[in-house]
Each structure stands twice: as structure tokens, then as C-alpha cells.
Design a protein around this ligand. Sequence first.
Ligand code: GAR
Length: 212
Amino acid sequence: MDVVVLVSGRGSNLKAICNAIDAGTCEANIVGVVSDRRKAAALAFAEERAVPTRVVPLRKGDDRDLWNESLTKEVAALNPDLIVLAGFMRVLGPPLLERFPGRIINVHPALLPSFAGHNGPQEALDGGVRISGCTVHVVDGGVDTGPIIAQAAVPVLADDTADALHARIQIQEHRLLPGVIHQIAIGAITLNPLSVNTPVADSTQSLTVPDA
Ligand code: GAR
């Protein structure tokens, strides 16, 4: 299964996918990494691995429709079977969604539908929840909306900061996301734009929440 990974930042999830591929636990092939930010560290990592990279920047005042068309053109030229948003901090417009219906997934650092958006870990702290986590879901036109494929739970600790919580959530993301990609690759999970068939639920880890 040929995968294009969309990134905006550090790229720890991209690394986790690559590690799983190298370890033989994720039967996918990354055919390209596309970013909206030229300086994304994830791009440098991809280049080190000789994975083709593309940058489609969106600057303040740029025409968003044109950007969506350019992004779609670059991604489609790589001919992916699956597109993975791994820390891609833009909402996708109709051109890419319509070109790859049900074939785009995203990882988010919260238990959706709670705490969508850019600050999942901070919002979980502000919301006072005792359990947060991460979600892998099919992408639609909303912000971190779309059918949920898998989730993993992470306890929120009494003295947590957003960074500390996010770091623990990322440990789970790095396990969950390559696992979902592998399950899609082998046909154990099937996707379509409106629903997800997940015969093997990877969602719930049992966990004990420590006293606050
Ligand atoms: C990840 O934690 C991902 O869940 C989050 O960005 C981080 C990227 O980290 N995505 C979102 O918040 C999407 N709303 P990475 O660049 O190290 O993979």
C-alpha cells in the first residue's frame, strides 16, 4: 500500500511509521511526504531517508482555493493508496477530499470528539478530564471530525502540563497510527467516506487512573 504522509511539524509520527515499516510491522510504502511548511523538521527526516518531498506553502493572504488545488495536484502525482495526516495543521478542502474519498486518515492528540483543534492536550487539561488519549480517524471537511477508527487512552495526572501530557499521548500515537495503517494495508480495516469497518477494535486499553 503506497502512502503519502502530510506533515507540518516535528514528524515524530512520520518517524514512528518509518520505524514500524523498517521493523516489518507496518506493510506500507511511503511514496512521498508533503508539507505546508518548508521548515518542517519532518521534511528533513524524509529527505534523509530519500523519500520524495513536496512543499505547498500557504501564506497569509494566499488564495485558499488555489492552495487546495496545488496540494491536491502534488499529492495525486504521488499516486497514493492512502493519505496520512501526521501533524498536518490545515483543514483540507474539497479537491483533495473528493479526489481521495475515504482514503485520508488523521491522528489527533485527544479522545475525539472531545478537544478537536490545535491544542488537544491543553484543552483536555482545561476541561478537567481524568483520561485523554489519541484518536485515528477518517478525514472529512471538518476540524478533526470524521469516522473514528481507533483510540488509545492516556491518564491525565494531577501535576500534568500540556507538554507532559502530549508527550505521553505521543507514545500511544506512535503505536496506534502505524498499527492502523498496517491494518488498512492488510484489509483488516476497510474505509469508506461515511463509515469504518473495524473488526479488530484497538481502542480501549484498560488503565488505572492514579489518585489526583
Ligand atoms: C501530533 O501529536 C498529532 O496528533 C497532532 O500534531 C502532533 C504532531 O506531532 N495533530 C493535531 O493536533 C491535529 N489536530 P509530530 O509532528 O511529532 O508527529
